[in-house]
Design a protein around this ligand. Structure first.
Ligand SMILES: [Zn+2]
Length: 151
């Protein structure tokens, strides 16, 4: 696996911040040339926006910061396996490498569900590395949803 330099730790920090705001604790960072160019947690509640997943947020921010539509050469780190929407956006943005933490058997679309990158309709496939920070990523989510049920 390529050197990941604590970028998943930064994504996990975004996930913890999201939890503190009452958002689903998922975080992401976008890295280009060894630098973080965008970081975000989920923001669906704050923006009343179902598309404001962490991955979409960093792709939007990164593209705006770099002034370009596509992000060829950029790597995306996210704490949970991306959903179908985010997998599509990652492909459209031409992300080079995707690193994700925990698998999501219920909503994931990379190694579960539609396996978006394996479909003939997918025209750009990033290199995928999974399992980074998996334990903490999963326990943040478990704790969050457990708290919801008990609260
Ligand atoms: Zn998503």
């Amino acid at each position: 696996m390529p050197n990941t330099d604590g970028f998943m730790d930064a994504a996990l920090a975004e996930a913890r911040d999201a939890a503190a705001r009452g958002e689903v604790p998922i975080g992401a960072v976008l890295v280009l040339d060894g630098e973080i160019v965008a970081r975000s947690g989920n923001r669906t509640r704050a923006g009343n926006d179902v598309t404001a997943h962490a991955e979409i947020a960093v792709i939007r921010e990164g593209s705006a910061a770099l002034g370009q539509e596509r992000l060829a050469g950029a790597d995306l780190y996210v704490t949970l396996e991306p959903c179908t929407m985010c997998a599509a956006a990652i492909s459209f943005a031409r992300i080079r490498r995707l690193y994700y933490g925990a698998e999501d058997p219920k909503g994931g679309a990379v190694d579960n569900g539609v396996r978006f990158f394996s479909q003939p309709t997918c025209h750009h496939t990033p290199e995928v590395y999974s399992g980074l920070g998996e334990t903490e990523a999963a326990s943040l989510l478990t704790g969050f949803f457990k708290g919801k049920r008990e609260g």
